[in-house]
Write a protein that binds this ligand. Sequence first.
Ligand SMILES: Cc1cc2nc3c(=O)[nH]c(=O)nc-3n(C[C@H](O)[C@H](O)[C@H](O)COP(=O)(O)O)c2cc1C
Length: 348
Amino acid sequence: VQFQIPIVQAPMAGGPSTPALAAAVCEAGGFGFLAAGYRSAEDVREEIADLRARTSRPFGVNVFMPPAAAADPETVEAYARRLAPLAEQMGVDLGEPRFDDDEFEAKCVLLVEVAPAVVSFTFGCPEEGLVDELHAVGAEVWGTVTDPGEAVIAARAGADALVVQGAEGGGHRGSFVDRPERIDYGLLALLQLVRGEVELPLIASGGIATGAGIAAVLAAGAAAAQLGTAFMLCPEAATSPAHKQALTSTRPTGLTRAFSGRLARGIVNRLQREHSAAAPLAYPQVNHLTSPLRAHGRKVGDEDVINLWAGEAHALAEARPAAEVVAKLDEEARRALGAAADQWSAKG
Ligand SMILES: Cc1cc2nc3c(=O)[nH]c(=O)nc-3n(C[C@H](O)[C@H](O)[C@H](O)COP(=O)(O)O)c2cc1C
């Protein structure tokens, strides 16, 4: 992809991502994304048609790789028992903790058919056969990586670019496999380590909220910056009101499996505080289990039980149209890059 402005609007499944948001970013010269996660393939088809009706510019669609193996049902049951009093207090039934692949195959067939400019994957690496099929219809394939080893695997599978996701970022870690023992690389360390292993274009993601932040990752060798949280307050994003409210605070974020059974960063709230330590690695079962609780929280505006996904720099997000966000970041990044270059040459 040739970026007009090297700003990518991160795919944000579970609400925030909309065709209106992606279209506004694309029309402003950035690169917009749709999030295929948690939706049916038919919904994704409709969203792509909606986006194409709004813009003729290129965009990406993000897909979740399916989980490899189901967690032990006992551990999921134990966690369900633990959440039961909270659910009862809220007057909702917990969801059925089913194991599914989020219609992965159907989404792949759809994406080969509709051929967006980019298909990005998270939670794993697509097989070479799928990468070849997408290449054959002219789509680029991006892999999301959170450590240098994943970068090497994605490069070998034929990825055209890597989304390098630092642990500062909001939402789920894109790790190929969620493990109890792991290294939560910060973005700058990870960019340098990945650059040491692969030559692909890198899209830096995690905790970037200003043009200066974008300038920093470009100086570190990234081809573009992918921002999620910075777009969550835009009127085009379908972020719930309670979530928007929390984002405007300076409250701390933390990594948790309490909502989905997979590690993600969110603003610390009651459910996260009380249940993170006990939450099992059981995605997507735990995600389905807590789904009615989270939906209830969004509906009645009770933030205690909502997964308040947010990156570490969430307090810098601004409630303005996405086009204005892109224009401001563009202008700030240019200034920051110029100032850094001037500062360096003044020293020499
Ligand atoms: C609400 C939310 C939902 C997200 N959903 C997805 C997703 O569906 N697919 C994906 O690859 N990344 C997802 N992410 C992660 C983003 O791609 C990106 O790495 C992250 O937002 C970067 O950090 P930042 O939020 O600090 O900008 C999500 C992030 C947030 C905040």
